[in-house]
Design a protein around this ligand. Sequence first.
Ligand code: PAF
Length: 283
Amino acid sequence: MVIFKIASDLHHYLQPLRIKDKQIGFVPTMGALHKGHISLIEQCKLKNTITVCSIFVNPTQFNDVKDFDKYPITIEQDILLLEEAGCDVLFLPSYQEVYPQPSDTEKKYDLGFVETVFEGAHRPGHFNGVCMVVERLLRIVQPHQLFLGQKDYQQCIVIKKLIEIMQVDISVKISSTQREANGLAMSSRNRRLNEIQLAQAATIYQSFIYIKDNLTQQNAIHLIEQAKLILLNNGFDRIDYFSFANAKTLEPIEFWDGETPLVALVAAFMGEVRLIDNMLLTN
Ligand code: PAF
């Protein structure tokens, strides 16, 4: 695996390959890699000649400074995992390399409705920060395909919108959420949970399964209320949201018509750690 820290060096490495029509796939990450990230690398390798991964903990997407300060950094282990997975290129930029000009962190994106709900509503500025860094990374790497995980469901919709705004031809591939044996969605933030919390956190998945198994047009609202109680009775301290939404537009749904494609989305705190997850409920 070749490691680049300077954007122009990476560009000079990739450009001749692009000219030779080599297919470039890209997996952006913030490090603290786990099997979920590695499965994105594997998907990327299957469909591309060159797999590029980036690791950059992007300060502009953290609305809570404590969350940024506590974000796990495990760079040596990450490099080993990427090498083992057969990743071709790692881009490991500094802050200066991603945001060379002060004005680079002032850009505002018009993301429309999707930015006003769920993560957008609870983490003001978060998606704007995601767009800043992803735009910059996409302009540097210029991939043919971009690989994202379904765990960040709303982020996937936002990044598709960003690609529309940028008017670039990049195909977005979304991989299903990787879960621990108990159903807990894999996440870098899980490293901040102790053993008891790791077991309790799996109640998010259990509540999704409960909803999926019992969902009817009539009882949708009732199921959400029950699911919230399941979490609060199993170690979760606070729920930012637990809701159904239209799986395409993310409009929240209280009364389901039985036809609209449905996703359940949750964000909840276990101690200081905020976990998010989602499950598609209809095909
Ligand atoms: O999902 C993430 O890890 C980040 O939001 C991303 C897409 C790498 C941008 O910093």
